[in-house]
Design a protein around this ligand. Structure first.
Ligand code: ZN
Ligand code: ZN
Length: 174
């Protein structure tokens, strides 16, 4: 869903996105409906996008590999800039722009692709450490048992990941 710069009135354009096609269903599992709303304001060759989105997603825990439900709620602000000289630098496409640069998106046409923008925001809003619970004990590196559910019988130290080592240290202090 593209919004051309010349479709944005002087006092801004407020949109509630009813079409859920923006959600990256092929990359992320979700439960139920998703919601998104944006406000676009234009200043010459720049468009400032302010928005919010929410979705219930199913993530896989980095430690125990179990799926869990996560409520994703995000407010975002993105500056979109149309550069007449051709947009992206040579050899780079929009997928190679790292997160630090995401606050400004360079466009190669005077139009904002809202669905693409919303899909990007979903990934930016994901937690950096994906854990079913902060205290998740993960899997045993020896026998592979889910330590949240049962006791290890192989006697291996909890060293499946640096995180489970940390979890072990925390336990020792108790
Ligand atoms: Zn877990
Ligand atoms: Zn074990």
């Amino acid at each position: 869903m593209k919004v051309r710069f010349d479709e944005i009135p002087a006092d801004g354009l407020r949109l509630t996105i009813a079409d859920e096609a923006w959600f990256p269903d092929h990359e992320l599992e979700r439960r139920g409906k998703v919601a998104a709303a944006v406000v676009l304001r234009r200043d010459g060759n720049r468009v400032f996008v302010e928005g919010s989105l929410s979705a219930t997603v199913v993530l896989t825990c980095d430690r125990c590999l179990e799926p869990f439900v996560h409520e994703l709620v995000d407010d975002f602000q993105v500056d979109c800039e149309f550069a007449e000289s051709g947009g992206f630098p040579d050899g780079a496409d929009e997928h190679e722009i790292d997160a630090a640069e995401m606050d400004t998106i360079l466009l190669d046409e005077p139009a904002v692709d809202l669905f693409e923008l919303l899909a990007q925001q979903v990934f930016l809003a994901l937690p950096t450490r994906i854990l079913c619970a902060e205290e998740c004990r993960g899997l045993c590196g020896g026998c592979g048992i889910d330590l949240n559910k049962g006791k290890c019988r192989c006697g291996a130290k909890e060293s499946a990941s640096p995180f489970s080592v940390l979890a072990g240290l925390k336990d020792n202090k108790k």
